[in-house]
Design a protein around this ligand. Structure first.
Ligand code: SF4
Length: 413
């Protein structure tokens, strides 16, 4: 989501005539887009902000902006702590910087900044719903990104059409809670209706969506993924914890069993779907037995990908107010290592089974003489040669794998 926000701001700044620079010291405008979903991410932002102070002292006209989740509704504490930052912007609230730059550059913003879109690479993002209404007890997002607001279907389809005209072949529809798309719209359209419309965009080759909440993953969405030719067979469904007691404390709204049933349903309807997940270990009060339920779930489901994190308290959340962060740090790290080991083994096996298969790969770019792209079910594939066919879908025969990527050769010249 932050990457999509950054690309949209970049699009606005480009329209104003600004171009990106490679080093902060060479830049007239520096924007830090912050993530505070984990403690380590917030610490990184603080470190970066601190390192920018001398750059502002050397060049007082340089503009420094902080945007993203670190900026809440009240910025007075941040202003006091970072007096050298010129602008503070909440997620997706780009106007303060655009207006400041317009004033400095003496340009009419209305006349120069059109619709904001992502950077048109071969594969790019379209945010379709902002915010989240779920209020999971560990999560700061609803407080920082606000309540759910879906963009109208027509507007999203128009954006997809515009991106296709600029060379985009694949769009990922984004939301903190993407499968609750439309629940706030009056015309009762939901993610499945949107997927049907986007699937019809001429020239677009692939459609993805993330991240989904298990409780909003309807039968209709699963059916649409199974039926539509451009919608890729990939689901990202965070389960977060395997113990029901922990799930209740997290306010996730489902049980271990309900999650398993959902996965089974997806696999029945979309047999070749890949499934990713997010997991938190060491949440408040998580016992060894409850952690074991997480391990068992991962071992049984066999995810294609898993983002694993050790719990850290985020100030202002329900867990921060009501629960004790009582699992020792070393224990959290140990549980994390256990899951990492398990997942690396699972991914090794899943990817090894793809050796000898031919996958359709949308070529996104190349690096060190090797083209790369993704398969329909979201596997990163390196091709053993460069190609001038960036943006095309090529058949690639896989001959080698690691837990994180595949290596293959082109079938056609
Ligand atoms: S559904 Fe996701 S974004 Fe929303 S509160 Fe829960 S973890 Fe946070």
């Amino acid at each position: 989501m932050n990457q999509a926000d950054s690309e949209r701001l970049e699009s606005a700044l480009n329209q104003m005539g600004l171009v990106s620079s490679t080093a902060p010291r060479d830049a007239d405008v520096i924007v830090l887009n912050s993530c505070v979903v984990r403690q380590s991410a917030e610490e990184k932002v603080v470190g970066n902000l601190t390192s920018l102070k001398p750059l502002k002292q050397d060049e007082p006209n340089r503009i420094i902006a902080l945007m993203g989740c670190m900026v809440g509704p009240n910025t007075s504490a941040l202003e006091k702590r970072y007096p050298y930052v010129d602008v503070f912007m909440r997620p997706q609230h780009y106007d303060p910087l655009i207006e400041l730059l317009g004033d400095r550059m003496g340009i009419d913003i209305e006349g120069c900044v059109g619709p904001l879109t992502a950077r048109p690479d071969v594969a790019t993002y379209i945010p379709i719903i902002h915010g989240c209404d779920k209020f999971c007890s560990f999560c700061i997002i609803p407080y920082r990104r606000g309540r759910e607001v879906s963009r109208p279907v027509r507007e999203i389809v128009r954006e997809a059409e515009m991106l296709v005209q600029r060379g985009v072949k694949e769009v990922t529809l984004l939301g903190q809670n993407v499968d609750s798309y439309g629940h706030d719209l009056s015309n009762e359209q939901d993610l499945s209706d949107l997927l049907i419309e986007v699937n019809d965009v001429d020239g677009l080759e692939r459609v993805r969506f993330l991240t989904s909440h298990p409780n909003d993953m309807s039968d209709r969405i699963i059916d649409v993924v199974a039926e539509l030719d451009k919608v890729c067979e990939h689901f990202n469904l965070p389960f977060q914890a395997g113990g029901d007691v922990v799930l209740t404390r997290m306010r996730r709204g489902y049980t271990n069993e309900q999650y398993r049933v959902l996965i089974q349903k997806i696999r029945e309807k979309v047999p070749n779907a890949s499934i990713g997940t997010d997991v938190i270990v060491g949440f408040c009060g998580e016992t060894d037995e409850q952690f074991q339920k997480t391990y068992d779930l991962m071992e049984d489901v066999r995810f294609d990908k898993a983002h694993l994190a050790a719990y850290s308290t985020r100030e202002g959340t329900i867990a921060d107010r009501n629960l004790e962060d009582d699992v020792p740090y070393e224990e959290k790290k140990a549980r994390l290592r256990v899951l990492e080991g398990l997942q690396a083994g699972v991914q090794t096996e899943i990817n090894q089974r793809l050796e000898g298969n031919t996958l359709e790969v949308l070529v996104e770019d190349e690096k060190n003489g090797r083209a790369f792209g993704r398969s329909r079910n979201d596997k990163l594939v390196y091709i053993d040669q460069a190609t001038d066919k960036v943006g095309e879908i090529l058949d690639v025969k896989i001959y080698e794998s690691t837990p994180w990527s595949l290596q293959g050769a082109l079938l056609q010249a």
